[in-house]
Design a protein around this ligand. Sequence first.
Ligand SMILES: [Fe+2]
Ligand SMILES: [Fe+2]
Length: 146
Amino acid sequence: MTKLPPSSADHAFRLGDAALDLEHKGQLDLLLDIEAELRGSAQKDTLAASLDRLIEFTNLHFMSEQVMMRQQAYPGLPEHEAEHDELMEQMRDFQARIATGNRALCSTDLATLHDWVLRHICTKDAAFADYMARQNASTEAGQGAA
Ligand SMILES: [Fe+2]
Ligand SMILES: [Fe+2]
C-alpha cells in the first residue's frame, strides 16, 4: 500500500506543470484530510462534507485536465477520460459506503482509493505531462527555426 508523505507539495508525483501540480496537491491533501478524520473521531457529517469537497474538487480537476488534453489534441484522451470516470465512480462508491459502513473497513477502502489516485497521477497524468512538454519543445524549436 502506498504511504503518502505528510505534505504532498514536494514529492515525486510533481509532473512539472504548475497548474497540474497545484491541482494534484489539492486533491492529495483532501485525501490526507479524510484519512486523518477517519483515524480520529470525526462524525459522519464531517466525513460526508469532506468527501463532498473531494468529489467536487476531483470532478473539476478532471474536467480541467480534459480541456487541456482537447486543446493539445492529446491522442490518449479517450483512455484517460475512461480512467477519470472510473475514479469518480470509485469515489462515489466510497461515499455511499462511508454513509453506512464500519470505520475500519472504510480506512482500507480509502487507502485503496488513495493508491488509485496516486497511480493515476504517476502514470496517466505523467504521460500527458510528458506529451505537453514534447509539444511545447517542438513548438519552441519551430519558432526558433522561423
Ligand atoms: Fe490529474
Ligand atoms: Fe488525469
